[in-house]
Write a protein that binds this ligand. Structure first.
Ligand code: ATP
Ligand code: MG
Ligand code: FE
Length: 340
């Protein structure tokens, strides 16, 4: 079936089109530039941008895929979690399209979609697999027996998300927003062993993360340098901070694999675009005999293709569709893959 997916949970208006596991279009309009001067996403600005971008982005996706709107067999939309006003724009648009085309609508979980998107690149997900989801709003470890119907949270961050830590540290270093890509770039020129930043909850036996202590440690270290009138070695700070994050992430992800006897690990979400995370995960998975799957960077950050991918999986599994009255749910729990 041909599935069109709509994503508006944060600052990306994404419209993707898939047929089965085949990606046909992945159109994105981002309002990130409008948020940059505020140092973070402004919900009202994001909602308004979604409203303006929705129609043109749908049209671009249909043109890219070379299909007509009437060819679409089903629609999928991110129902949550995310910014309430932003989600509402996507859900309202998807309902209107579904109603006017007379096609079923699948209101899906954004986090499960971040996991499912890898099927477009690497084929069907092994059952079960472990998924680590690392983004601006989430850092979670999941056991995934079946992405369409059985997603189990094992641990998550107790304070900041991994991407949030990148964004906050970038602010401390005056590198702009979003921080992930620029820290990734700066870190290549720096020494990851230059500064021993703390690794929160490293060996505490849980599957949880904590990044706020690390963020504070970086801020203190930079302040001390500035007070002493010494230059801040930005590349070394970036590299050492990044190393602390990816060290903990990979250590915990492999612990989940080992403890559950699962030898497939998938990493998704915006932070999965990080080059050092990808390299260290590859190294440690190879050493542990775990097969690693990470989608290409463009599929890691928010996009519509991931929503279409999960919609397509649900259609294939015979689960759903949703009721056309379905609500947007800003705090939808990760185990709720489909909103009925
Ligand atoms: P959600 O948490 O609901 O999934 P989100 O808005 O965080 O939504 P994503 O696009 O998945 O959406 O992730 C964005 C985050 O990923 C930002 O915090 C950004 O700094 C981070 N990020 C993007 N690229 C990189 C990178 N190369 N290295 C590290 N972090 C990155
Ligand atoms: Mg974003
Ligand atoms: Fe996301």
């Amino acid at each position: 079936p041909l599935v069109l997916g709509i994503e508006t949970s944060c600052d990306e208006t994404g419209v993707g089109i898939v047929r089965g596991h085949t990606l046909l279009a992945d159109a994105i309009a981002s309002s990130v530039d409008q948020h940059a001067r505020f140092g973070g996403v402004v919900p009202e600005v994001a909602s308004r941008a979604h409203l303006e971008a929705m129609g043109p982005t749908v049209e671009r996706a249909l043109a890219d895929a070379g299909v007509a709107f009437t060819d679409v067999d089903a629609l999928a939309v991110t129902a949550g979690p995310g910014l309430p006003g932003a989600l509402m724009v996507g859900v309202a648009a998807a309902k209107a399209y579904a109603l006017s085309l007379g096609k079923p609508l699948y209101g899906v979980n954004h986090l499960a979609a971040h996991v499912c998107v890898d099927q477009l690149e690497h084929g069907p997900l092994p059952k079960p697999c472990v998924a680590m989801l690392v983004s601006g709003g989430h850092s979670s470890l999941l056991l995934v027996p079946d992405v369409a119907g059985d997603v189990r949270p094992l641990g998550s961050t107790v304070d900041d998300a991994a991407g949030e830590a990148f964004d906050k540290v970038a602010r401390v270093l005056d590198l702009g927003f979003p921080g992930g890509p620029v820290i990734d770039r700066m870190a290549r020129e720096g020494d990851p062993a230059a500064i021993a930043f703390p690794r929160g909850k490293y060996n505490d036996g849980t599957y949880d993360f904590s990044f706020s202590g690390l963020k504070t440690a970086v801020a203190r270290w930079v302040e001390a340098k500035e007070r002493a009138g010494e230059p801040v070695p930005v590349a070394d700070v970036a590299a050492s901070f990044q190393e602390a994050v990816v060290d903990v992430l990979t250590q915990k992800a492999l612990k989940v694999c080992k403890d559950n006897g699962v030898d497939h690990l998938l990493i998704g979400g915006g932070v999965a675009a990080n080059s050092r995370l990808r390299a260290l995960a590859a190294e440690r998975c190879a050493a542990a005999g775990v097969h690693l799957r990470v989608p290409r960077p463009k599929l890691c950050t928010d996009n519509g293709a991931m929503v279409a991918a999960l919609g397509s999986e649900l259609v294939a599994s015979g689960i759903g569709p949703s009721d056309l009255e379905l609500p947007a749910d800003s705090s939808l729990p990760v185990e709720a893959v489909l909103v009925p």
